[in-house]
Design a protein around this ligand. Structure first.
Ligand code: ADP
Ligand code: MG
Length: 234
């Protein structure tokens, strides 16, 4: 487990990352600029216009999520720490990714234990788990099942997100979490890096198991909030 987390430490320097980020953001901006210029043509059909607008918006969304992911990475410290009820947070995640899952023919199933509390920042935990869930969904181009479970073991909350997707080979597993590692045409390779850095900031651990052609399971361990800590806050 600690080996997986150790990957965060192998990251490139900030300036190297910044250089790549500007590249990652410039590309979609160039695309958007191009399509906005095309929209000037008065002879465009409504259908073409909508197509161009969609493409431009998609590119902007990509630039936006690159920046969000990068900022989280650059500033992974957890600031607005509150007691979080993980049942609530996981329900939020499920609802958030549900339309994306439906679009991809993916069925979400959950098995969520109640009364599991951690100390953390809701936005960070959302960003972390949404990245994992999205990757799971994207690994199932022909549909499948995304299983989201929550339980506790000892002093940890255990979240598992399991897909029935394409899986990863050993080399991919090894590279998982390093910046800009992506196997997708429009991927940024920042999502998993952010996942690792948020879990690390929350003093948790990650374990990833994957079988090519069968699927992948992310297991995230987060320290449960101590009862006395909890009472002190409410
Ligand atoms: P992106 O999604 O933009 O490619 P990520 O950092 O989120 O970047 O993921 C990096 C890579 O890790 C993906 O491109 C994919 O190859 C691999 N990966 C991550 N999660 C999964 C998964 N659940 N199943 C298969 N491959 C995955
Ligand atoms: Mg991703």
């Amino acid at each position: 487990l600690s080996k997986e987390i150790g990957k965060v430490e192998k990251l490139r320097t900030v300036s190297e990352i910044a250089a790549s980020i500007s590249h990652e953001v410039r590309n979609p901006l160039t695309v958007t600029k191009g399509f906005l210029q095309l929209l000037r043509d008065p002879k465009l059909t409504d259908q073409k216009k909508n197509e161009y607008i969609e493409t431009a918006l998609e590119a902007l969304n990509k630039a936006e999520s690159t920046i969000t992911d990068y900022l989280t990475f650059a500033k992974p410290s957890i600031e607005n720490v509150r007691i979080l009820d993980l049942e609530q947070e996981l329900t939020y995640i499920e609802n958030f990714v549900e339309p994306y899952a439906a679009m991809n023919n993916v069925k979400i199933e959950t098995n969520i234990e109640k009364d599991i509390f951690i100390a953390g920042e809701d936005e960070k935990i959302h960003q972390c788990l949404i990245n994992v869930a999205k990757n799971g969904i994207e690994s199932m181009p022909n549909g499948g099942k995304l299983q989201i479970d929550l339980s506790r073991f000892g002093s940890n909350a255990i979240i598992t997100i399991t897909d029935t997707g394409i899986g990863m080979d050993e080399e991919q597993l090894e590279r998982l979490g390093s910046p800009f590692f992506t196997t997708k045409d429009i991927g940024t390779g920042l999502g998993t890096m952010v996942v690792y850095s948020i879990v690390k900031a929350m003093r948790g651990e990650i374990n990833v198991e994957s079988t090519l052609g069968k699927g992948t399971r992310f297991t995230i361990f987060l320290p449960l909030v101590q009862t006395n800590q909890f009472e002190a806050q409410i």
